[in-house]
Structures are given as structure tokens and as C-alpha cells.
Write a protein that binds this ligand. Structure first.
Ligand SMILES: NC(=O)c1ccc[n+]([C@@H]2O[C@H](COP(=O)([O-])OP(=O)(O)OC[C@H]3O[C@@H](n4cnc5c(N)ncnc54)[C@H](O)[C@@H]3O)[C@@H](O)[C@H]2O)c1
Length: 348
């Protein structure tokens, strides 16, 4: 299916919607940003002032707008399922921010409904579009480090201001809050994409900084991939370093180190005496994550661009949304382990 000059409506005009909107603006020759929706009048007023687009406070009104061909859902997690189903029931194209939905069952249902509806569906998981990880994917395919036997990810952010806001959805489990829910979705997707399925895991979480909310600010999830590789994923939302990510892969013939705070961002090492390693120069150094040129910002721009171009060109987007659904199975298993204190085996 191809759609020429689709009209996009964004639902949820908060933090990350700004980057989605910037991507649509950059592509104004192929897409029209026609509407926005938010329950917060300040957010809708700012959106109208910047884009001159119509705004709504009710999602169904945005969906029913005949100029809206694509709905971009950028909402708090507990709203993802109902909102996605409403878009799909209306037969509109859907781009949905990660995590797909708070439960694996809901995530599967959304993906299935999207297939039934025959619309262009993509989960916006920016990890697939981070230049460093694209380089790593290529290096693994080329066999640069042999077989991966140990993988580590580390996501560090500082959400102290957000997570101190009384009533903010990210501070409550029932609204889809939780560090592993929010950021585990990224790391588990990344490992699924690069290395395949998970076999078993153990999760531990802590609250190490005294904010008045119920969610964890630090977590570790580790275990075994089905390939036999050991993995370990670390998360913190209270770090006093810039928002950044690390990935370390150790293979039978070498290793790859990725750190968004290091220049070069990606280095390949071949053996214990390879002290200098090989810098992967195709990956730009852009440590200011949330601004133009930053590793995160540019990945979201590339992600939204791929969604629109794939719709217009009638091809699938680069990302396999099934992997983002799978990541929610791993998120669920991680919380099961955190709560039970036991290792959890994932079904094949
Ligand atoms: N890819 C990434 O790295 C990344 C980064 C940030 C956020 N996200 C994802 O984007 C989504 C939104 O996160 P955010 O940080 O922008 O959150 P946010 O809290 O900044 O924004 C959410 C917006 O939704 C609005 N809203 C709440 N209920 C609504 C309703 N019923 N109808 C319409 N609008 C409603 C809020 O008023 C707010 O403006 C989440 O799924 C999050 O995980 C992804």
C-alpha cells in the first residue's frame, strides 16, 4: 500500500512529541502534520502556535478528523492499549511509541489487530535507529568478533525532576510507570534484535535515591540468551551524568564497546593485546542526547522518517515491531523475577 502526502495527527504532546514533530516538519514535502491532541491546554496551545495545526482534547476527535491518515500515539503507557485499538478500529495507520503496551498480552493484541486492519503499523523503538547500534548490527553480521558469549547494556538517565512531580504517570505502576517498563523495553528490544531470544533471567531492583514515589530508580536484569550468551542489563534514572547508553559485546574473537559519552562512540577490539582497537568512524559523536545532532534525537528523527517513507513507498519499515512485542514479554518476566526473587524461564 502506498499513501501520497499522508496527514499525521499526534496524540500526546509531551516530551518526545517535540522530536517526532521536528521529523514531520523536516519532511514537509512528503507528509503534513495536520493535528494534535492533548488533555493539557498548555500543550495544545503551544502546538497550535508552533505548527498552526488543529488541536483536540479528545483522542476520538483526532482519529475522526478526515485529514488524519496516520495517528502517532505518544501517550502515557497505561493509555497505549485503548488508544491503539481505537486507531486501528478506525482503520487509520499507526505509529506507536514504545513500550507497545504495559502487558505482553496487550502488546500481542495490538500487533494482531494492526495486521487484521491492514494498516501501516510501527512501534517507535528508537534503538533500531541509533547509528551506533546499526554499526554493531553490521559488525556482528560480518563476524567481526566471532560468536557473542557475553552482552552488557547500561542505560543511565536523570529523571529526578520528572519523578518528583506529584501525580506524574511515570511515578505510578498502575499508570505504566517503572524503570524496567520504561527503559527495559529499549535494552530487551536491542538484545533481541542483535542476539535473538532470551532463555532465562533474574531481576533485582532498588530505590537508592529518596524520591517520594513507589517506583524503582535502579535495576539489573541478567541471565542467559537462547544462544547461550550471558547477558546483563543495568538501568538507573538517578545518575549524575548526561543521559547516555553503553553496550558491551564480548565474542569468541573480539569485543565491541559502545558508549555515547566516548569519542569514538564505537570501538572494536580484536584480542587482549589490541590496546587501540578500531574506531568505527561512521558513527558520529553526539553526546547531547536530546538535541539536534545528539545520538538520541537523531535516532528518533530517523525512526519517524523511516515510518513515513515506508508508508509512502509501500514497504515495511526497518524495524520488526514483533521484536518490540517480544521485549514486553521480557519486561514482564523481569518484573516477575523482581517480585518473586526467583529466576524466570522464558517460553521458547
Ligand atoms: N524513544 C524514547 O527514547 C522515548 C523517550 C521519551 C518517551 N518515550 C515514550 O513516549 C511516550 C510518551 O512519553 P513522554 O515522555 O513524551 O511523556 P510526557 O508525560 O512528557 O507526555 C505525555 C503527554 O500525554 C498527554 N496525555 C495524557 N493523557 C492524555 C489523553 N488521555 N489524551 C491525550 N493526551 C494525553 C499529557 O498531557 C502529556 O502532554 C511513552 O510511551 C514513552 O515511553 C520514548
Amino acid at each position: 500500500m502506498t499513501v501520497s502526502k499522508p496527514g499525521v495527527g499526534i496524540a500526546g504532546l509531551g516530551l518526545i512529541s517535540k522530536t517526532h514533530a521536528a521529523a514531520y516538519k523536516r519532511m514537509s514535502d512528503v507528509v503534513d502534520l495536520v493535528a494534535g491532541c492533548d488533555v493539557n491546554p498548555e500543550a495544545t496551545a503551544a502546538f497550535t502556535a508552533e505548527f498552526g495545526a488543529k488541536t483536540y482534547t479528545d483522542l476520538q476527535d483526532l482519529i475522526d478528523d478526515p485529514r488524519v491518515d496516520v495517528v502517532d500515539l505518544i501517550l502515557p503507557h497505561h493509555l497505549h492499549y485503548d488508544a491503539a485499538m481505537a486507531v486501528l478500529d478506525a482503520g487509520k495507520h499507526l505509529i506507536l511509541e514504545k513500550p507497545v503496551a504495559p502487558t505482553y498480552e496487550q502488546s500481542v493484541a495490538i500487533q494482531r489487530r494492526a495486521a487484521e486492519a491492514g494498516v501501516h503499523f510501527m512501534v517507535a523503538e528508537n534503538s533500531r535507529y541509533i547509528a551506533a547500534y546499526q554499526a554493531v548490527h553490521r559488525l556482528l553480521r560480518e563476524g567481526a568478533i566471532g560468536e557473542v558469549i557475553h552482552a552488557r547494556t547500561y542505560l543511565r538517565s536523570n529523571e529526578k525532576a520528572h519523578l518528583s512531580m506529584p501525580g506524574y504517570w511515570r511515578t505510578q505502576f498502575k499508570l505504566g510507570g517503572g524503570l524496567v517498563m520504561d527503559t527495559g523495553a529499549h535494552s530487551f528490544y536491542l538484545l533481541k534484535w542483535l542476539l535473538g531470544e532470551f532463555d532465562e533471567l533474574t531481576g533485582v531492583s532498588k530505590k537508592v535515591f529518596p524520591l517520594d514515589n513507589e517506583i524503582e530508580d535502579t535495576a539489573e536484569v541478567y541471565g542467559r540468551m537462547r544462544s547461550g550468551a550471558h547477558f546483563s542489563c543495568g538501568f538507573t534514572s538517578v545518575s549524575e551524568v548526561p543521559h547516555s547508553e553503553r553496550l558491551e559485546l564480548f565474542g569468541t574473537e573480539g569485543g565491541i564497546l559502545v558508549d555515547q559519552m566516548s569519542d569514538p562512540v564505537v570501538k572494536v577490539f580484536r584480542g587482549q593485546h589490541d590496546f587501540l582497537g578500531e574506531a568505527i568512524t561512521e558513527v558520529p559523536f553526539g553526546p547531547d542526547a536530546w538535541h539536534p545532532g545528539g545520538w538520541h534525537y537523531e535516532s528518533v528523527i530517523t525512526e519517524v522518517t523511516d515510518y513515513v517513507r515506508s508508508l509512502v513507498e509501500g514497504r515495511p519499515p526497518l524495524i520488526d515491531s514483533g521484536d518490540t512485542v517480544y521485549a514486553m514479554r521480557v519486561v514482564e518476566a523481569a518484573y516477575e523475577s523482581i517480585q518473586s526473587g526467583k529466576t524466570v524461564t522464558l517460553p521458547a
